[in-house]
Design a binder for this molecule. Structure first.
Ligand code: ADP
Length: 419
């Protein structure tokens, strides 16, 4: 039975939260989409939705369905995870989803804190900063889907909810857990449904987490989850063990790259000298079937313990040329389809340890393989853990590392398979 049930409004946010909880000593499984069966065993279950920019009614419906599944499994506390830049519009979806969860849990109140100091997101006097800039001057004011033109979160959340929003200021949080808890209780008693809570350092997040130990619902970025494992440990509910341990798998190793970011291009450049490497030339052969055939012929006889690397990644001039020829979306879709097909072929040929580079590329691979859940394991580099992916016809699953394009050190593709 999960101690903490989490609802995340996007996929990578869910992984980020799960990774934070595992580092805090809670085992964590990320479930993809509203669960349709029994939940996996873990201290924390994180349901990854695509509700950040979905229509409000759909976001509310899916979040409530996720909440019900988590409660039915026995979750003691619900965490609604959104982006550390509070990505939303005046219509939602943070406010309407939080409203629905507050009602479903009969909570009356929830704190809201997107702060993530490690990534430069801090909240001071209710204002969200990205590095030294106010959210509204950070570039986020030009976001294509969720432009953030006001950094005052009391106002931003206030526009999205019919409930009242208060503030627990920095000075209160700095005085510690008891003061912070009292401030939140006072706000609740005075009729506020939410409190934006200031946090500038991880120490503040630990204070906030401890102060919210008894709250049925917590809302925020993954930072505010830093303090939650300690609550369950203090209550004697969380045994000491290696939360990142994954059941071993036996099978071949491979890396698939579809990210064209500078970090990934550097990682391919490094790995080329050490691993059997196939670089697909999408510009010469803009055809998914033909590219997949090339990859299948090439991998024949090469699969084993030593990873193979198959990359579609290309430098900016080649990407621009393909985009010019096919259009941007079609170019991306062609490469994603190609790599997803190759991933399926690799797994069919016995690959059980697979690194995928690229956010969209990872989404395409996860969806083609029919991955239902990811148990979070040890971190390879900051923000990129190994996971155990449950596949439809294979309960023991495969080890999968999904790397956002810009993450990871230069030797990532080798390091991932060390030890
Ligand atoms: P990142 O995490 O670096 O943003 P993504 O996988 O999210 O990586 O995005 C990279 C996009 O570039 C994908 O849509 C991928 O299909 C596309 N792509 C990969 N290789 C090429 C290429 N050679 N030409 C054009 N587009 C490409």
């Amino acid at each position: 039975m999960p101690l903490l049930g989490c609802i995340a409004d996007d996929f990578t946010g869910a992984t980020d939260l799960a990774n934070t909880l595992v580092k805090g000593g809670m085992s964590a499984v990320q479930v993809i989409g509203v669960p349709d069966g029994p939940l996996p065993e873990a201290d924390a279950v994180i349901v990854a939705l695509k509700s950040r920019t979905a229509p409000v009614a759909e976001a509310v419906r899916d979040s409530l369905a996720a909440c019900d599944a988590l409660l039915a499994a026995g979750a003691r506390q619900i965490f609604f995870k959104y982006c550390s830049t509070f990505d939303s519009t005046p219509e939602g979806n943070i406010g309407p989803v939080a409203d629905a969860l507050v009602r479903r849990l009969d909570a009356g109140f929830a704190l809201a804190c997107p702060a993530f100091p490690t990534n430069g997101r801090t909240v001071y006097q209710g204002h969200l900063f990205v590095g030294a800039a106010l959210l509204s001057e950070s570039g986020m004011e030009n976001h294509p889907l969720t432009p953030m033109r006001d950094a005052n979160l009391v106002r931003v959340l206030g526009a999205q909810t019919d409930g009242a929003v208060g503030l627990v200021p920095f000075a209160t949080v700095a005085r510690g857990t008891a003061e912070t808890r009292r401030a939140m209780t006072r706000l609740k008693e005075s009729g506020r449904r939410y409190a934006i809570v200031d946090a500038i350092t991880d120490a503040h997040l630990l204070t906030i987490g401890e102060a919210a130990a008894q709250h049925p619902l917590i809302t925020g970025g993954s930072g505010v989850a830093l303090g939650l494992p300690a609550n369950f440990r203090a209550a004697g509910l969380l045994p000491e063990r290696d939360a990142a341990a994954l059941p071993p798998v036996a099978g071949h190793a491979a890396v698939l790259a579809g990210s064209c970011s500078r970090a990934t291009l550097g990682q391919i450049g490094f790995a080329r000298d050490h691993l059997p490497t196939l670089e697909l030339d999408v510009l010469t052969t803009p055809d998914a079937d033909a590219l997949q055939r090339q990859a299948l012929d090439w991998m024949d006889g090469k699969l084993g313990d030593m990873p193979v690397l198959i990359a579609a990644s290309a430098p900016p001039d080649k990407v621009a040329a393909l985009q010019q020829r096919l259009g941007r979306d079609a170019a991306g879709a062609l490469v994603e389809e190609t790599l997803a097909g190759i991933a399926a072929a690799l797994v069919a040929r016995g690959v059980r340890r697979l690194v995928v580079a690229g956010g969209e590329t990872s989404g395409a691979v996860v969806s083609r393989l029919g991955v239902r859940s990811l148990r979070i394991g040890p971190e390879i580099d900051p923000g990129v853990p190994w996971t155990q992916a449950e596949l439809p016809d294979d309960a023991s699953g495969i080890h999968l590392a999904l790397k956002s394009g810009n993450f990871g050190a230069r030797d990532f593709f080798l390091k991932a398979f060390d030890g």
